[in-house]
Design a binder for this molecule. Structure first.
Ligand code: IPM
Ligand code: MG
Length: 363
């Protein structure tokens, strides 16, 4: 099978971690006889420096002509003071909108051998953490109009609009219910319906969609309570369905309670099946270019790419299996190495995972 993958390394450690994911792709070619056609593009600060803007037209064209997009990370201190049009984050928001990537899937899983890395007490993580945040990604207060700044009688004010149409709510709800069917069969929809009228509609539409899924259990939770429940008893959650802003916050919280943000992948999917896959961690400029980063989230993002955009489940499992095996063997990337443990370099982690994928040939 021939698949076209667009790779957007971006900024900071984005480059080195996507390189390791490419090694895994190379191993998959050898192991399963696929042919992956890779094309690279610019996004974020790297694109600003080269072309003046964070999302060049060529990048969009390459993405549209591909089956899937693998991204590294965007951002860094050198662009922080720039106007919004010249900010790496703008490239990320624009690519989501342009490619219609409305469904953001962020699994938070605790690996057995890394339970000690969780920030939570051992008795709280005992029940395991295996949840999926399904975050709406192209609507809500991130994109709502009107927005702006104004000055009234010499006093500054600014505003955004949190807006959702019923179609936008229904389509993300379906993604959550479909995901729950393949997992634990439970959806917890998170909103702020005790205060926001947009959340009232959210709840109403989610209930209507739930009627199509009698086999999935639906509950609702206010976002402040959800933030608390995530640290009090994370094992109660299966799928968390929520809006753009709440999902941004809760997915970081969910990531940090697993203790290993360097392990967490994400998928952003469109209605057409084209998806963008990226690690949840950022560009980590402080360690960039020093071969210190943890490439496993990027490699696990590749596994999601294989599963969701290319329909290659066996190959996805082989990548995930190789990552788990490397961890089981005791190899620890920099962010997971404890006192006294030798940290394994980014490039070496990539080599180990690729070797693991190739080795599975002889089994
Ligand atoms: C994320 C990030 C982005 C977001 C930023 C970088 C625009 O925090 O992907 O969660 O807020 O969506
Ligand atoms: Mg975020």
């Amino acid at each position: 099978m021939q698949s076209r993958i667009c790779v957007l390394p971006g900024d900071g450690i984005g480059r080195e971690v996507t390189e390791q994911a490419e090694k895994a792709l190379g191993a998959l070619q050898d192991r399963f006889g696929h042919s992956f056609d890779l094309e690279h593009g610019l996004i974020g600060g790297a694109a600003i420096d080269e072309t003046g803007g964070p999302l060049p037209e060529r990048t969009l064209q390459v993405c549209r002509g591909s089956d899937a997009v693998l991204m590294g990370a965007v951002g860094g201190p050198s662009w922080d003071g720039e106007p919004w049009e010249k900010r790496p984050e703008k490239g990320l928001l624009d690519i989501r909108k342009e490619l219609g990537l409305f469904a953001n899937l962020r699994p938070a899983v605790i690996f057995r051998e890394l339970a000690g890395a969780s920030l939570l007490r051992p008795d709280i993580v005992e029940g395991g953490i295996d949840l999926l945040v399904v975050r709406e990604l192209t609507g809500g207060v991130y994109f709502g109009e009107p927005k702006g700044r104004e000055e009234v009688d010499g006093s500054r004010a600014a505003y955004n609009t949190m807006r959702y149409s019923e179609e936008e709510i229904a389509r993300i709800a379906r993604v959550a219910f479909d995901s729950a069917r393949k997992r634990g069969g439970r959806v917890c929809s998170v909103d702020k319906a005790n205060v926001l009228v947009v959340s009232e509609l959210w709840r109403e539409v989610v209930r209507e969609v739930a009627a199509e899924y009698p086999d999935v259990e639906l509950s609702h939770m206010y976002v402040d309570n959800a933030a608390m429940q995530l640290v009090r008893d994370p094992s109660q959650f299966d799928v968390i369905l929520t809006s753009n802003l709440f999902g941004d916050i809760l997915s970081d919280e969910a990531a940090s309670i697993t203790g290993s943000i360097g392990l967490l992948p994400s998928a952003s999917l469109s209605a057409s099946g084209l998806g963008l896959f990226e690690p949840v961690h950022g560009s980590a400029p402080d360690i960039a270019g020093r071969d210190l980063a943890n490439p496993l989230a990027a490699i696990l993002s590749l596994a999601m790419l294989l599963r969701y955009s290319l329909g290659l489940e066996r190959e996805a499992l082989s990548v995930e299996g190789a990552v788990a095996a490397v961890l089981e063997q005791g190899y620890r990337p920099g962010d997971l190495a404890r006192e006294g443990e030798a940290a394994v370099a980014c490039s070496r982690m990539g080599d180990l995972v690729a070797a693991g994928i190739r080795e599975s040939v002889s089994q």
